[in-house]
Design a protein around this ligand. Structure first.
Ligand code: TYC
Length: 114
């Protein structure tokens, strides 16, 4: 019969099993990808109704929601209009900038890491 190593023997004097070592982290590493806020900025020239249209068209807001957010931007200077993955946020920004430019409005849309 094979003899158990000394540290595994039941009659270890100190009562533990003799094991030593670091505690291994058993949590699976499931780091979620960062999210990005999309922001609309105020300016003095873009018509209010155009901003409302942008928020309805690209951010899926109802007319009432869009009007409320537009007024927030108008009064406070900026508002977050959505939070998305990097690629979706990038697409939203490009869509708004392109749409605004095509209509010759200076409306600005940016993104920042949450
Ligand atoms: N300040 C603009 C005006 O008075 C309206 C406006 C609102 C423009 C929101 C941009 O993101 C904006 N016509």
């Amino acid at each position: 019969m094979t003899k158990a190593p000394l540290h595994m023997m039941a009659d270890d004097a100190d009562g533990d099993d003799g094991d030593i070592g670091v505690k291994l982290d058993t949590r699976p590493k499931t780091k979620r990808p960062p999210m990005y806020k999309v922001l609309i900025l105020n300016d003095d020239y873009t018509p209010m109704e155009f901003v409302v249209q942008v928020l309805e068209r690209f951010f899926g807001m109802t007319h009432a929601q869009a009007f409320e957010i537009m007024l927030t931007v108008h009064k406070k200077g900026v508002a977050v209009v959505g939070v998305y993955s990097y690629e979706i946020a990038e697409t939203k920004v490009a869509q708004v900038m392109d749409f605004s430019q095509r209509h010759q409005h200076p409306l600005q849309c940016t993104m920042e890491k949450e």
